[in-house]
Write a protein that binds this ligand. Structure first.
Ligand SMILES: Cc1cc2nc3c(=O)[nH]c(=O)nc-3n(C[C@H](O)[C@H](O)[C@H](O)COP(=O)(O)OP(=O)(O)OC[C@H]3O[C@@H](n4cnc5c(N)ncnc54)[C@H](O)[C@@H]3O)c2cc1C
Length: 394
């Protein structure tokens, strides 16, 4: 049974990063993806230094650095008044402190770099149209069941099947994710359509009462990524549904015209209703472990969901190498290493949403007062626990 591959359910960022992490340790895997092809949605993603640490450990640091856009700062704007509240410089001092940059990248580029590295490895087999439905285990192997009477047997199973994980249903059984009531719309536009006065080399956040707007450049400055969110108490989880500009506009009528321009220039808006879960302590059942959003789905307000999934991948590969044939010990060590860090990001993401992104009245005044008063070093001190490493003890 020792020679059996690891089975990975889900070929998103977490799943293929796991395959790559295992291959770097000389361990074979099979990735089972439900969709007809591997890929990511056409939008941007922020990647903090902890993600770059992972890229290096996965052997794709140089390729990823070549595709990233290096922004100068994280900029916090008041969406009601239209003025800057604070900014965090991402300059040499930041890079020296965290030993890597903070950048933005097109999701398709990030996924493609990981996928190509998987394709270059003899140790990774990628299978599409495999809809994983459950598993059985006997203490030395795991039989992974897929729709259509297909079964694949492996040494262990990594469930990286995302927010609505089918495998989590069997492993944890805690029902559907929590619907936050926050609705997000995404659009990607050519840079020339972005108003010249907002073409900032920054990941910009306009924070307003029950709403916020994020924008940043992508693809060597050819594109701008727009992500706008409002808290409209939506009750149904949806992902990627087309939305009219009038619908998007409804959540932003109360903010400054300077910020509202972003809604006007966006096109082909798509809608998501955001979900997360309360943190849990047990993500492992014998030879089966959850990873990424399947384990710890979070709101996007810390911009860390994919970063955490890649950290999980690096940690899991490390533990499997360290513990050799003791798979169950390795998985237990993996969850012990990961659960507090990821739970902290899950909980902080909710708090950041409430007290920074969507604050109103006195709460917004406190936000502005506190955040405007922080020096770069004070910001860096607050981010040290997250950006300085990948959470691995050694
Ligand atoms: C609006 C928004 C903005 C975000 N911004 C950031 C950011 O800036 N930085 C950041 O780090 N994170 C960000 N995130 C979070 C990030 O996108 C996710 O945390 C990350 O993509 C999770 O990766 P994953 O591989 O765990 O899951 P997924 O990306 O969901 O991948 C799961 C994969 O499993 C497949 N699958 C599902 N079910 C099955 C099945 N039964 N059998 C086989 N395959 C299956 C799916 O098709 C998919 O390919 C953001 C999220 C949102 C919603």
């Amino acid at each position: 049974m020792q020679d059996l591959p690891t089975i990975i359910a889900g070929g998103g960022i977490g799943g293929i990063a796991t395959a790559l992490g295992l291959a770097r340790k000389g361990q074979p895997s099979i990735v089972l993806e439900r969709a007809g092809e591997f890929g990511e949605i056409g939008a941007g993603i922020q990647i903090a230094p902890n993600a770059f640490h992972c890229f290096d450990l996965l052997g794709v640091g140089d390729e990823m650095r070549a595709k990233a856009v290096y922004i100068d700062k994280l900029r916090l704007m008041d969406a009601l008044h239209g003025d800057e509240i604070a900014s965090i410089p991402l300059d040499d001092a930041f890079r020296r402190r965290f030993k890597n940059p903070y950048a933005v990248i097109h999701r398709a580029d990030l996924h493609a770099v990981l996928l190509q590295a998987c394709r270059n490895s003899d140790l990774i087999e990628l299978r599409t149209r495999h809809d994983v439905s459950g598993y059985q285990q006997d203490g030395s192997s795991v039989r992974v069941e897929c729709e259509g009477d297909i079964a694949v047997t492996g040494r262990l199973l990594v469930a990286a099947d995302g927010l609505h994980s089918q495998l989590r249903r069997q492993l944890v059984g805690d029902g559907a994710p929590r619907i936050s009531g926050h609705t997000t719309y995404r659009s990607v536009i050519p840079t020339e359509q972005m108003p010249a006065e907002l073409r900032w080399n920054a990941a910009t956040l306009w924070a307003g009462p029950r709403c916020h707007i994020v924008h940043y450049p992508l693809k060597g400055w050819k594109l701008f990524n727009l992500v706008v969110t409002y808290h409209n108490d939506a009750t149904t989880a949806v992902a990627g549904v087309p939305a009219s500009k009038a619908e998007v506009y409804r959540g932003f009528e109360h903010i400054a015209a300077r910020a509202r321009q972003v809604i006007e220039i966006g096109s082909d808006w798509k809608r998501w209703v955001l979900c997360d879960r309360d943190p849990i302590l047990d993500w492992v059942d014998g030879r089966v472990a959850l990873l990424g959003d399947a384990a710890h789905p979070m709101l996007q307000y810390f911009a860390q969901g994919a970063c955490m999934a890649m950290e999980d991948a690096v940690c899991l590969a490390h533990m499997l190498e360290r513990h050799g044939n003791a798979v169950e010990t390795a998985l237990d060590s993996y969850q012990r290493q990961r659960r507090v860090r990821t739970a902290r990001v899950q909980l902080d993401s909710r708090l950041i949403g409430e007290y920074i992104y969507h604050a109103d009245g006195a709460t917004a005044e406190v936000r502005n007062h506190v955040m405007a008063g922080l020096s770069p070093e004070q910001w860096y001190d607050r981010l040290e626990w997250l950006y300085a490493g990948t959470g691995l003890d050694d």
